[in-house]
Design a protein around this ligand. Structure first.
Ligand code: S3P
Length: 434
């Protein structure tokens, strides 16, 4: 039977084999950054293989409302006419970031440097996510920021006249680090940020390629203020966080072999590859190369019998968005899997620890919830059933993979959220059915 979509619900039936080759969608983090940095650069930034998902379109709309001309030049290409460091205009209305934490937190850094008044809001998930993590350092730099109690969005920023800071972030987060580095572009002197563990470094790489002076030493990043940023061509690599669903699906479905082309394998993002290889997953990196300053490869994956493992520490930061999927893979492994140091998952698009535990249990898995992770009994045998996505794209796609390996199929409610990062997900999934 074909998978089918009833309003906002999707039913995914079990499959015995997945075969094929395709290119997963463009990297969401890099797509956001290319628009943001292009918008405050001089000249034109042409972005190829841009991710036209809802989250990235929210970033485009925000800059358009600040007077930046952004043109769609093809299905997956956009042209940003940079306004320069001092060229943004006060937006005439509240800017809506939808579900996108990356848009709100990174753009806050840029708004903190603007001598005007701006307000950002988002959907109910984004309005419940912590913004004090960016408001605190931006206030230290001199911006005035107001939010609802606890600095929840909508947030208002009155920026300008920033001074550089040295800041130690309380959690490893590329969104906090990037926000501070972007604000640092508008401050005179050197802004320094140190993290407890190394989060994704797309901002540092891209700022460097646009002409900013960014220095890296261990977990510290420094940016020199008032750089000359120059627009250029950016070709966005495929997103490992999107490829990961097919990687795990191909490992878990019997008799499968899938090639995922042009996947970004930046070492700050490749934790899922390390974890799955550690569990016995068969994946080969072929055709390794670099594109727009980012490492990229084709991933050749085969069905694999996984074994349980212990995952925590820095590895979790390098695979933060893939943890629900790793938990699903662990249900099929021989032996127990322990996931620790993942408390950040509780403040993502949904509480991904509580929701992964509850939904995997509904399907028949044995999972114990911990404050900062979970313990998953392996052994296979997912029965199937009806599940909730909680409006969280990564939950919905992980549950779709669960459907493929279930006995009776999985019915997922509220799947519209998949469009925030992966329009075309369902079509791509069914293209691998044999
Ligand atoms: C992102 C960073 C991560 C990740 C999010 C995208 C980014 O968040 O979860 O989906 O583009 O910088 P944190 O850095 O806050 O962990």
């Amino acid at each position: 039977m074909e998978d089918y979509n009833m309003a906002e619900k999707m039913i995914v039936h079990p499959r015995s084999s997945l075969k094929g080759e395709f290119q997963p969608p463009a990297n969401k983090s890099i797509s956001h950054r290319a628009v943001m940095i292009g918008a405050i650069s001089e000249g034109v930034t042409e972005i190829e293989n841009f991710l036209t998902s809802e989250d990235c379109m929210a970033t485009i709309k925000a800059f358009q409302s600040m007077g930046v001309q952004v043109e769609r030049t093809g299905t997956n290409s956009v042209k940003v006419h940079g306004a320069g460091l001092d060229g943004l205009k006060e937006p005439g209305d509240v800017m809506d970031m939808g579900n996108s934490g990356t848009s709100m937190r990174l753009i806050s850094g840029i708004l903190a440097g603007q001598p005007f008044y701006s307000i950002m809001t988002g959907d109910s998930s984004l309005r419940s996510r912590p913004m004090n993590r960016i408001a605190d350092p931006l206030r230290l730099m001199g911006a005035q920021i107001y939010g609802r109690e606890g600095d929840l969005a909508p947030i208002t920023i009155l920026g300008g006249n920033l001074k550089p800071i040295h800041y130690q972030t309380p959690v490893a987060s590329a969104q906090i680090k990037s926000c501070i580095l972007l604000a640092g572009l508008f401050a005179d002197g050197e802004t320094v940020v140190t993290e407890p563990a190394g989060s994704r470094d797309h901002t540092e790489r891209m700022l460097g390629s646009f002409g900013a002076e960014v220095a890296s030493h261990n977990l510290t990043r420094k940016v020199e203020g008032r750089p000359k940023l120059t627009g250029h061509k950016v070709s966005v690599t495929g997103d490992i966080s999107s490829a990961a669903y097919f990687l795990v699906a191909a490992m878990l479905c019997r008799d499968s072999e899938v090639v995922l082309k042009n996947v970004g394998v930046n070492p700050t993002r490749d934790g899922i590859l390390e974890a799955l290889k550690n569990m016995g997953g068969q994946v080969l990196l072929e055709n390794y190369r670099e594109e727009s300053g980012e490492p990229v490869a084709d991933l050749h994956v085969k069905s694999s019998q996984l074994k349980g493992g212990n995952f925590g520490g820095d590895l979790i930061v390098r695979m933060i968005d893939e943890v629900p999927l790793l938990a699903l893979a662990a249900t099929q492994a021989d032996g127990e899997t322990h996931i620790r140091d993942a408390a950040e998952l509780r403040v993502k698009e949904s509480n991904r620890i509580a929701n992964t535990v509850s939904e995997l249990r509904k399907l028949g898995a044995q999972v114990e919830e911990l404050d900062d992770g979970m313990i998953i009994a392996g052994g296979g045998g997912l029965k199937g059933g009806e599940c909730e996505s909680y409006g969280d794209h990564r939950m919905a796609m992980s549950l779709a993979v669960a459907g493929l390996i279930s006995e009776d199929g999985v019915e997922i409610n509220d799947v519209e959220c998949v469009n925030t990062s992966f329009p075309g997900f369902w079509r791509m999934l069914s293209s691998l059915y044999t």
